[in-house]
Design a protein around this ligand. Structure first.
Ligand SMILES: Cc1cc2nc3c(=O)[nH]c(=O)nc-3n(C[C@H](O)[C@H](O)[C@H](O)COP(=O)(O)OP(=O)(O)OC[C@H]3O[C@@H](n4cnc5c(N)ncnc54)[C@H](O)[C@@H]3O)c2cc1C
Length: 394
């Protein structure tokens, strides 16, 4: 919908039109509320991201937007390779399908859904100031609303307004990427690939798209002070040019979610709330879902005439997601801690069950609480084997 010139305040002001913001704006507008959707970028716009759209993303997309995800502009694969250093651990050819998207296309589609549902379009408009009541745009427009949803990504100005800083430098993640041209790496000839050793407490990826291959490394920022060096080494291992001028970097909240994502009538969703899977780095699915939950909490609070209760409702609605992320953080050292990674990759190489669980996780067929129970069931046998091996033959 185009701009509304009435001076009436909006019910909901959504800041940021990525997956979290467009999902929030779509759900709130669908519920009949007056919604303003602001983004400094004009769409379609690029966003540094692998663009891996998993089974979990597809399931949440269906729940949020009430339709199936259209896969015609994505590369759709059922094959994946896992590597550790120069060793291929596994090539799996019957995984649940994953879609490799370009965020330029994906986010433009999500924004279209939000605008078609009735959200008023303020994209391509920079924000000058933000306060508890709304925002002032650089062009002088003032937008106010009863509830604000900050879906403005990892460098969120809404989180900065609430808490003084958008994220904690000690626990944040960071990623670097290039788009390899078809001449450098023909996407059709290369599989979807994950490299466990490409960064410390992180991994590398090579994701074939329709017209390029997105190659990147990402992981916790603190143990990777020189992520560029990791990336150069990774590109060389793939026989790709490691021209640092092409590197693009972006923070990602790699599992450091905000325990209190908001206050009263101001809510944070997606990366602004730190909602990224701490093992896979997947954030699109949780961004869309948290956008929906934020919109539902805001809608209920407004229907009750108590917008200041929106945060409490939202926090309650996020309980399962937060629990799942806490468990994932607990499991993360098994995969990424340098002293255990050798054991993990050997187990991954040998055990079809472990590989299957990892893939079911990516497909959204299993959530972390269930995975944790499976790990605990296997732990006694694993420990017994370790003890037996360390004793040698009897
Ligand atoms: C290198 C890398 C690779 C990744 N790969 C994957 C992957 O393969 N699969 C996956 O699921 N996730 C991946 N992620 C994570 C994923 O990109 C994020 O979790 C996801 O984009 C979060 O969505 P969001 O809507 O919260 O924020 P964003 O997508 O960041 O959207 C925020 C929006 O807010 C706008 N904005 C920001 N500041 C302002 C402002 N001041 N005023 C107005 N507008 C503003 C921005 O323009 C932007 O449009 C990756 C992240 C990185 C860094």
């Amino acid at each position: 919908m185009t701009e509304d010139t009435s001076s009436e305040p909006f019910d909901i002001l959504v800041i940021g039109a990525g997956p979290a913001g467009s999902a929030a704006a779509f759900c709130a507008a669908r519920a009949g509320l007056r919604v303003a959707l602001v983004d400094k970028a004009r769409f379609p716009r690029d966003k540094l991201c692998g663009g891996l759209f998993t089974g979990r993303s597809r399931a949440y997309y269906r729940e949020v937007f009430g339709q199936e995800f259209e896969t015609d502009r994505a590369v759709n694969l059922s094959e994946i390779e896992f590597w550790y250093q120069d060793r291929r651990l596994a090539r799996l050819s019957d995984i649940p399908p994953v879609n490799l998207t370009m965020r330029r296309d994906l986010d433009a589609t999500l924004l279209d859904h939000a605008l078609a549902a009735g959200a008023v379009d303020f994209t391509g408009r920079a924000i000058a100031t933000l306060d508890d009541a709304g925002v002032s745009l650089r062009d002088g427009t003032r937008l106010e609303a009863s509830v604000l949803i900050g879906a403005d990504g990892v460098n969120s100005i809404t989180a900065r307004h609430l808490f003084g800083a958008p994220f904690d430098k000690e626990t944040i993640g960071f990623g670097l990427e290039i788009e390899a041209t078809p001449e450098e790496q023909p996407p059709k000839d290369h599989p979807l690939r994950i490299d466990f050793a490409a960064a410390t407490w992180g991994y590398g990826w090579s994701f074939p798209k329709q017209h390029s291959t997105t190659v990147g490394v990402g992981g916790l920022h603190a143990p990777n002070p020189d992520m560029k060096a990791h990336f150069s080494a990774y590109l060389q291992s793939l026989d790709l040019p490691d021209d640092t001028r092409r590197f693009k970097g972006h923070y990602l909240p790699f599992g450091d979610f905000r325990k209190a994502p908001g206050r009263a009538h101001i809510l944070l969703a997606g990366d602004a709330a730190g909602l990224v899977d701490p093992i896979t780095g997947e954030g699109i699915a949780l961004a869309m879902k948290s956008g929906q939950l934020a919109a539902e909490a805001a809608t209920a609070a407004l229907r009750d005439g108590r917008p200041e209760t929106a945060y409490t409702r939202y926090h309650t609605a996020l309980r399962d997601m937060h629990r799942s992320l806490r468990i994932a953080r607990m499991l993360r050292p098994i995969i990424f801690a340098p002293r255990w990674q050798g054991a993990f990759t050997r187990t991954f190489e040998r055990s079809g069950t472990v590989r299957m669980q990892y893939m079911r996780l990516l497909a959204g067929e299993v959530e972390y609480p269930e995975l944790a129970r499976a790990v605990l069931r296997r732990l006694p046998r694993y420990l017994m084997n370790r003890i037996r091996r360390s004793r040698g033959p009897i």
